[in-house]
Structures are given as C-alpha cells and as structure tokens.
Write a protein that binds this ligand. Structure first.
Ligand SMILES: Nc1ncnc2c1ncn2[C@@H]1O[C@H](COP(=O)(O)OP(=O)(O)O)[C@@H](O)[C@H]1O
Ligand SMILES: [Mg+2]
Length: 350
C-alpha cells in the first residue's frame, strides 16, 4: 500500500473528495465510520445523499467549486441519518491544470472537546448550587422550628376557636416549608451501598412512573444487559432517575413516549478522571422540550418552568450522580429531550 494511502486510511479525520458535479470520489476509513456506511456503497453518490438535511452546505460546496474558495467552520452541527453531531468542517477546492475542479473535505468530531468544557462548567455549577442550597436550607430551618412552636403555644392560649384557624395555617405552612427544606438538605442517612445493577433501579422507576401516569404515556426500555454492576445506594439512584423521568412525564401533555436506554462506554473521562467502563443512561421524551431561556440553568436549585415546581429535582439528581463520580447532561429540541446520565460502573472495590 502506498504511504500516502496508509496515512489517509489511518488518520482520525474523515476525508472526502467530491468531483466537480459534487459526487463522492473518495472517502477514507474514518469517513466510513462517521457516516456508518461503506466506501463501496458511498462512492459515486451525490453530496446531497451524504448531507441530506444540509441544503445550505450543498450551496456552500457548489460555491466553493465554482469560485475556487474554501471554507472552514470549527463548530458545524451536522445532521446525519441517525444522529446529530458537532464537527469541524474544512472544505478546500482543488484545481489542477486542465482538470475539472474538485473539493476536498476534512471532518473532525468536536463533540468530545465541547463535552469536557461543558462538564467542567456543570460541576462547578453543581458545587456552588449545593453549597447555596444547604446554607439556605439551614438558615431557614432554624427559625422555622421557633415559629411553629410559638404558634402552638399561642393556640393553647386562644379562647376563640375561630382564631385557631390562623394558628393552624401557620403550623401547616411551617410544616410544608420544613419538608421543602429537608428536600434541599438531602438525605441525612448514610448511604447503604451495595453491588447493584442499574437496571434494577431503572425498572423500579419505570413501574412507579407507569403507575402514576395513565396509559397515555408509553415507557419503552432499550437496555444493554451486559452493563456490569456498580456499588451504590439503590434508593439514591432511584431518586436520581425518578426526578428526571417525572420531569419527562410532566413535559408530555396528552400522550407521548419515554425511552429508557442504557449503553456501555469504554475509556471515558469524566471531570478529568478516566474510567474503564461507564454506563450511559438516556432518558428521552417527546414532550414540549426545555424552554430555551431555561436550558442553561435547569441544574440550579429553584429554577423551574412550572407554576407548582420547586426547581429541586434536577439539582438533587445531579448531586446524587456526582457522588458516584458521574455526570448528567441534557439536550433538547422541539422533537425530543434527552437527559444522559454517565455513571462509572464495574469497579466494586471503592
Ligand atoms: N424533560 C423535560 N422536558 C421539558 N422541560 C424539562 C424537562 N426536564 C426538566 N425540564 C425543565 O426544567 C425545570 C426544572 O426541573 P426540576 O429541577 O426537576 O424542577 P421542577 O420539576 O420542580 O420544576 C422544569 O420545571 C422544566 O421547566
Ligand atoms: Mg422536577
């Protein structure tokens, strides 16, 4: 094999060459992986076939050929048949004497870099949230006890029964606030860590949510049964998943579908630490989608898009998953919303 070919077939970038009519004349191995198709099947196909949802891009390529002008986009969102990815896109026109012009395209996935910076941001955010939330809850809980006690004493002194209605309101509201504050402080029990299969927790969540919602919401499971166990507190994981699945049911108005999908990822780095095996749990719904003005804030406490929401569900889930060295990410379009939970598994020693 000529050296240049060996190099082309082994670089991590996808390399594609289109002829002057924008038909594919070459694609390397990284390209086959990216497009999940073989060179044999793809060669000769028009650019429109490979980039079916990208009319603008086709126009740009046409322009590139006609005007001999390349272009570069460091963060191009590419819609492929089965997935949406972020890539750096570099198009270079090739003009050799006497020959019709061609265009060389180099594509490299940048999702990974973006994911890491997003992840650091999420973790920093999570630490601040947790500190704020706990400090706030402590400060409120203390005077709340005094308030409730005083209302009880006052009630004993009251001669007029009609007035007791008011002291009852004070007591009930104080109790309601205490429940909320306890939620913010999180469980004060020591976690009971056991060897656990994530599907046990997921199945429990599915049963609970299916019982809460009418048949209008379908919950589909797509599990990878080979995912190894992890050492965790089952109730904590149930809580973490449940908060996310409940949000999904609330985002679905009349009828819709939730998919619980699990996959294994190898050699994944989370917050700077490499893990041999990581379970990825996707919770996907086809509900209303996350409001664009909320998308960057939903992991903060007290951020809610619902009139009766507390804004505590997601920060609590995030805090639990972080305890197990994992992370939660989300993405949302008008078609569906995906929360992806990454949880290191397979190491039962720590
Ligand atoms: N699957 C989802 N689809 C649409 N919006 C969502 C989804 N999950 C979360 N959200 C938005 O994030 C907000 C915060 O969620 P959460 O922290 O659980 O608090 P709460 O449910 O009490 O509002 C929700 O109010 C909602 O606006
Ligand atoms: Mg919620």
């Amino acid at each position: 094999m000529p050296v240049y070919k060996k190099i082309l077939e082994n670089v991590n970038e996808a390399i594609l060459l289109f002829d002057s009519s924008l038909n594919l004349s070459y694609i390397n191995t990284a390209g086959e992986v990216l497009f999940e198709d073989s060179a044999r099947h793809l060669i000769g196909k028009p650019a429109k076939y490979l980039f079916a949802s990208e009319t603008m891009l086709i126009n740009d390529l046409q322009y590139c050929i006609e005007h001999n002008e390349g272009f570069y986009d460091p963060e191009f969102n590419l819609m492929l048949a089965h997935k949406k990815i972020t890539i750096s896109f570099n198009a270079t026109p090739i003009l050799e004497n006497e020959q019709a012009p061609e265009v060389l395209i180099e594509l490299q996935q940048v999702d990974h870099h973006l994911r890491i910076s997003k992840e650091e941001q999420l973790l920093a955010q999570e630490n601040i949230s947790r500190m704020l939330m706990r400090g706030f809850a402590h400060e409120i809980k203390n005077p709340l006890g005094g308030l409730r006690g005083a209302a009880q004493l006052l009630e004993l002194e009251l001669q007029n029964n009609d007035l007791k209605e008011y002291t009852q309101i004070i007591i009930e509201e104080a109790d309601r606030m205490k429940v909320l504050m306890d939620k913010m402080l999180g469980p004060n029990k020591v976690p009971n860590k056991i060897a656990l299969n994530i599907h046990e927790a997921l199945e429990r969540v599915r049963q609970l949510v299916q019982a809460e919602t009418a048949d209008s919401i379908k919950i589909k499971c797509d599990y990878d049964p080979s995912i190894p166990e992890l050492k965790a507190d089952k109730n904590q994981l149930i809580q973490a998943f449940l908060n996310i699945v409940r949000n999904a049911t609330q985002a679905i108005q009349d009828s819709g579908e939730i998919i619980l999908r699990t996959r294994i990822c190898r050699q994944m780095t989370i917050a700077g630490k490499r893990h041999k095996l990581t379970a990825r749990i996707d919770i996907i719904d086809n509900g209303s989608g996350i409001k664009p003005e909320l998308i960057n804030q939903i992991f903060y406490p007290m951020i809610t898009g619902r009139h009766d929401g507390t804004g505590l569900g997601l920060p609590i889930s995030q805090s639990i998953i972080n305890q197990y060295k994992g992370i939660i990410e989300c993405s949302s379009t008008t078609e569906n919303t995906t929360f992806s939970i990454y949880l290191p598994v397979g190491n039962l020693d720590d």
